[in-house]
Design a protein around this ligand. Structure first.
Ligand SMILES: Cc1cc2nc3c(=O)[nH]c(=O)nc-3n(C[C@H](O)[C@H](O)[C@H](O)COP(=O)(O)O)c2cc1C
Length: 320
């Protein structure tokens, strides 16, 4: 039997990707660190570490703590700043042939807009991913992503400066993630990605103090996957724009949970830290699964009723 050809390409708010598996921001640096282990053309795209207008040092160490099935981090958005990213990191990354998505962060809607304007003229950036999990300095440090109005303001400000694909990365540290998703959709987002890390904390019982210098950190890895799958399922059914699933994906099986929940693509984060080739393995595993289940197009994997995208099973059943 000849190998069945499967179509792995996906379209995300105007952005065409060769396959639905992306590298998640903050876990692949500026992509270059991975090139000895992973051909970046084998993944759908690389989402680089969050970029701010000016360079940032991040939080003092210790900034990482392992937990059962997870990782707590409080890197504090350390990055080289927009200028150095554009002059040195971006050209090297583009030379690998990777599809580049730039994650951006800011302390005010104006700062987000200014970075978008600075990146606009650079060639080769396929999309922006706006990290709204950052503290809003003007609102006493409450994250933009925890308030639908603040989140919408950031997206409107970036939208004015950025004509290409605009992805908004949602925080899971909210009661109802669909409320934020709907607000950013109305403000002009082309797609949403979720989840960012879940706020957590660990205490060193012998030292009798928090493990992380910053006290709190963001939890990632397999421990958060069920929370992420639930939030993706809910968001897919609340908005019309594509949803990118993130959270604890370490295998093709894990990625498929999100694609079946209705995600159009996925991102692999913490798993890359343990196995730099994980994302490429996941691409192959999805292809193998599709061939085994005689599914020809990865964009047709969603189960259940996804409004505006495909006739749900229940609807078909009623017609019969
Ligand atoms: C060390 C580390 C750094 C991260 N830095 C960023 C960042 O700069 N911007 C961002 O939007 N998300 C950042 N994240 C969040 C990840 O992109 C991802 O949303 C989260 O870790 C959940 O996915 P995972 O369980 O596959 O890691 C970071 C995560 C880790 C572990």
């Amino acid at each position: 039997m000849g190998a069945m050809s499967v179509d792995m390409s996906v379209e995300l708010g105007g952005l065409k990707l060769s396959n639905p598996v992306l590298l998640a921001s903050g876990t692949c640096g500026y992509g270059l660190e991975l090139t000895p282990f992973l051909d970046l053309r084998r993944v759908g795209g690389v989402v680089v570490k969050g970029i701010s207008l000016e360079p940032r040092d991040g939080n003092p160490p210790p900034r990482l703590a392992e937990t059962p099935c997870g990782l707590l981090n409080s890197i504090g958005l350390e990055n080289v700043g927009a200028e150095r990213f554009l002059s040195s990191r971006l050209p090297q990354l583009l030379a690998t042939g990777a599809t580049v998505i730039v994650n951006i962060l800011g302390s005010s809607a104006e700062e987000y807009a200014a970075i978008a304007a600075r990146l606009r003229d650079a060639e080769g950036i396929s999309a922006l991913e706006v990290n709204i999990s950052c503290p809003n300095v003007k609102a006493g440090g409450v994250a933009f992503g925890q308030d639908p109005r603040a989140a919408a303001q950031v997206v409107e400000a970036v939208r004015k400066e950025w004509g290409r694909t605009l992805i908004v990365k949602l925080s899971p540290n909210v009661t109802d993630v669909t409320e934020i998703a709907r607000a950013v959709e109305a403000a002009g987002a082309d797609a949403v990605s979720l989840i960012n890390t879940l706020l957590g904390m660990a205490i060193d019982v012998e030292q009798r103090r928090p493990v992380l210098a910053n006290t709190f950190g963001g939890l990632s890895g397999p421990a958060i996957r069920p929370v992420a799958v639930r939030m993706v399922w809910q968001t897919v059914r609340a908005v019309k724009i594509p949803v990118i699933g993130i959270g604890g994906i370490a295998s093709a099986r894990d990625a498929l949970e999100f694609l079946l929940a209705g995600a159009s693509a996925v991102q692999v984060g913490t798993a890359t830290l343990a196995d730099p080739g994980a994302a490429a393995r996941i691409v192959e595993g999805i292809e193998e699964y599709m061939a085994r289940h005689s599914i020809t197009s990865v964009s047709g994997l969603a189960i259940g009723q996804v409004p505006g995208r495909r006739a749900g099973a229940r609807f078909v059943w009623r017609l019969q």
